[in-house]
Structures are given as C-alpha cells and as structure tokens.
Design a protein around this ligand. Structure first.
Ligand SMILES: [Zn+2]
Length: 262
C-alpha cells in the first residue's frame, strides 16, 4: 500500500514532468513559428537592390557606394577589384583581360561585361550589389542590360551623383599630398596643421599632377563624351535617381537612402 503522501508526490511529479514536457513542445513550436515569421520578414526587408553609381570622376560616388554597401550589406563592386581578383586567381577571363592590360590596351567592353556578369552571379550578390565604375560606356550598358534580361533580371536604380565640373575642378585643386609618406590633405576640408607641411612626416605637401585642373578637365571631357550618355540611357529605363552631389557627404547619403527606400 502506498501512502497518500507518496501518491500525491507521484501525481505532482508526473504532473510537473508533463507540464515540462508540454512546455518544451510549446517552446519548440513557438520557436519554429517565430523563425518562420522572422525569415519572411527579412525576405521582405531584403528587397533586391541592384544599383549602378553614376557621376563624374571626383563627384564622390565611390564614397557613397561604400556607404550604401555598408548600410544594406550588399557588395560594392568595382571593375578594378574584379580585374585584380580574376588575374590573381588565374581564371580564363582574367588571363584574357591581362593580355590587353599588359599591352597597355583598354579591356574590350564585351570582356569587361563578361567579368562583371560573372561577378554578380556569385552567391553574395543574391540580394543586390552596387556597380561602381561600370558601365562606363553605352555599349557596356547595353551588354549588361542584355545579360540581365537573359536571366530575367534588371537593374533597380541608377544613382547619379551630380556635381558641376567647376566644383569638381576646385575640389581637386584643393587636394594636397605628401610624396614622402603618402598622407593626403585638402586645403579646406582636411588642412595640414602647418600650411604646406605634412603633419605626419614634416615634408612639404604638393598638388599632384592627377589633381591639377588641366588633368581633371581632360578626365571630365572623357566623362562627358563616354559616360554622361548613360544618364539618359537609364533615364529612359525609368530607374534614374539624381542627387545633388555638392551637398555635404552625409546629406548626399541621406538623400540617396530616401530615394531608394521611397
Ligand atoms: Zn608625409
């Protein structure tokens, strides 16, 4: 015979373990539900963002591309990086590109496009990516459109960081560089402590040939002839977003975020 106390204990014990058991099942089901909820929510949040950055050299599109890349966790893709990676890994496309580069020739549009399409097919680009420095010409843009069409995809936004030539020329002519240690300054934005003298090593700072108005003007002419037509090209596709690139960097970024989240 069991005492009541013992039976009562058994009952409570069973009851407690049953309760625990039920609690555990509930917990598993709850976690499963909430995981489901979470993943569908993040799928909504991670709407695809395939972005092209447009703008003159010196307009600051590289800086903005990097900030967008950080905010939305999508890769920032520049053709320079793609060339370097393919050459380093000795891919077929990389070998082809290298033969042109070794001769000091421009890599043909079609090969550049193949390299970019190859890169954006990688797993890390499935939620989007930002192209910086590509397409540079109308033939490159047409090649990209065609390649995406074949995959039933398209670009979502072409962000044009608009800065008048005069502003770019004056921005660039304010740059100073130390040829000894590589430090860079700007007479207005990042001045040296002592005028004309590198903070880091004490050598004089200079205006590099690349930043001299005549060199900048030449680069801007090439931009106007080859790359600026892309603004109309993507305008016609209905994905162009233009931002005033003369505003402070943070404001430009906020404007871009507003435009692509609208
Ligand atoms: Zn220095």
């Amino acid at each position: 015979m069991y005492s009541w106390r013992y039976l009562e204990y058994r009952y409570l014990h069973l009851y407690t373990s049953d309760k625990l058991y039920i609690f555990k099942i509930k917990q598993i089901l709850y976690n499963r539900e909430s995981n489901k909820g979470m993943s569908s929510e993040s799928e909504e949040e991670n709407k695809e963002m395939k972005i092209i950055m447009l703008g003159a050299p010196g307009a600051g599109k590289g800086t903005q591309a990097k900030k967008i890349s950080d905010k939305y966790e999508i890769p920032h893709i520049s053709t320079g990086d793609i060339f370097r990676a393919n050459i380093k890994n000795g891919t077929e496309l990389g070998k082809k590109a290298k033969t042109y580069m070794d001769q000091g020739l421009l890599v043909p549009d079609e090969l550049t496009c193949d390299l970019v399409v190859d890169r954006i097919s990688e797993e890390d680009c499935k939620n989007g990516f930002i192209l910086d420095g590509f397409p540079r010409t109308i033939p490159q843009a047409e090649c990209l459109t065609k390649a995406l069409n074949e995959r039933n995809e398209k670009m979502d936004y072409a962000v044009n960081v608009d800065v008048p030539d005069e502003n770019i020329i004056s921005r660039m002519s304010g740059r100073r560089a130390c040829l000894n240690c590589g430090a860079t300054y700007h007479i207005v934005n990042i001045p040296t402590k002592k005028p004309g003298i590198c903070d880091r090593c004490g050598e004089p700072v200079v205006l590099r040939d690349d930043d001299k108005p005549e060199t900048v003007k030449k680069r801007l002419d090439v931009y106007h002839a080859q790359t600026k037509p892309l603004i109309d090209y993507y305008g016609d596709q209905g994905i162009l977003k233009t931002v005033d690139g003369t505003l402070p960097m943070e404001t430009v970024f906020d404007e871009i975020v507003k435009m692509i989240e609208a």
